[in-house]
Design a protein around this ligand. Sequence first.
Ligand SMILES: [Fe+2]
Length: 310
Amino acid sequence: MSLHRLLGLHTTVPDPDALSAFYRELGLSGDATQGFTGSDGGAAVTVDEGPFRRLGSVSIGCSDQHDLDAITSRLAQGGATVTQGDGQIAVVDPATQVRFAVSVAPVRPAQAPTAPVAPNRPGSVVRADRRAPAVFGSPRPPRRLGHLVVGTPDLAATVSLLTDGLGFKVSDTVPGIIAFLRCSTDHHNLAVVESPVPLLQHYSWECDDIDHVGHTATALYRQDPERHVWGMGRHFAGSNFYWYLRDPAGSFVELYSDLDQILDDEEWERSGRTEFAFEHVANSWGPNLPLEFIVPDDLDDLQRGWEGRR
Ligand SMILES: [Fe+2]
C-alpha cells in the first residue's frame, strides 16, 4: 500500500478557543497550531478561526517519492490540478473544497497492546467474588485519531478523486450514500458521505475498549448533556463500538473501539461484505440513527457560509 497512514486534519471554526478547550477536556495533548493528538500521538487535529465550521485539509502519509510520483501521475491523468512543494503534493477536491495533501512519512509506530480482560459469561466464571475492574475506571485520553468522515454534495466525484487519484482502498460501500475508505489497516480512515453541503461530518478517536469509550464519553456528557448525539452502539461497517458527542463547533466526535483491521486485501474481499444495503448503514445494534446525523442542525448556517464564499 503506497498510502499507509492518516497524518491529520485541519479545521476552521468560528471559536477555536472553545474547540481547543473541549479537546483539553477530552484529554488530548498539544495545541491548535501544532495539533491535538491522543495519548499515542500520531494523527493530529489543527484548528484555525473561520466564519463557519469547515474541514480545510486532510494529510496522508505515503512510503516514498515513487509513491508521490505515481499519485501525481494518476491525479493529472484524471484532470486534477496538483500542486507540489515542501515535500508534499496536494489536490483540492472541487466538490468539497477540501485540500488533500500527501507526503512521505514514517510508518506509524506500533501501539502498545491493551491487556485483555475476560468477562464472566454463562458457564465461565473468570472473576469470582469481586467487582469488574472496569467499574472503577475513569475517563482518560483516547489513544489516537483514527478516521474522519467528509460530507460531499458529489459522492461519486469525491470518492473517485480519493480512490482513483490518491489511492485509497474501498472497504465497504452503501451505494449512493457512503463509502468507507482506508489508507492503512484500519477498516476506514476516511469515509465519504452524501451531504447537502460540504462538511466535517465526524472525526473519531480510538479507545482501548468499550469501557474506555464509556467512561470518557460519559464524563463529557455529564459535564454538558447537550453534547450527547448517538450511542452507545456497535456499527455494522467496521464493527466498532461507538458513542458520538458534539464538539463546540457542531461537528460530531466519535469515540470508538474494536474496529475491523484489514491485513490481507484479498481475504477481506472474500470474507467481507463490501456492498450492503441502507438498513445496515447505521448500526448492528444501538439507538436509532438521529436525524441530525443526516441533516445537521446547523445546515442553514453552513449553507450561508458556503454561499458567502462565492
Ligand atoms: Fe466513525
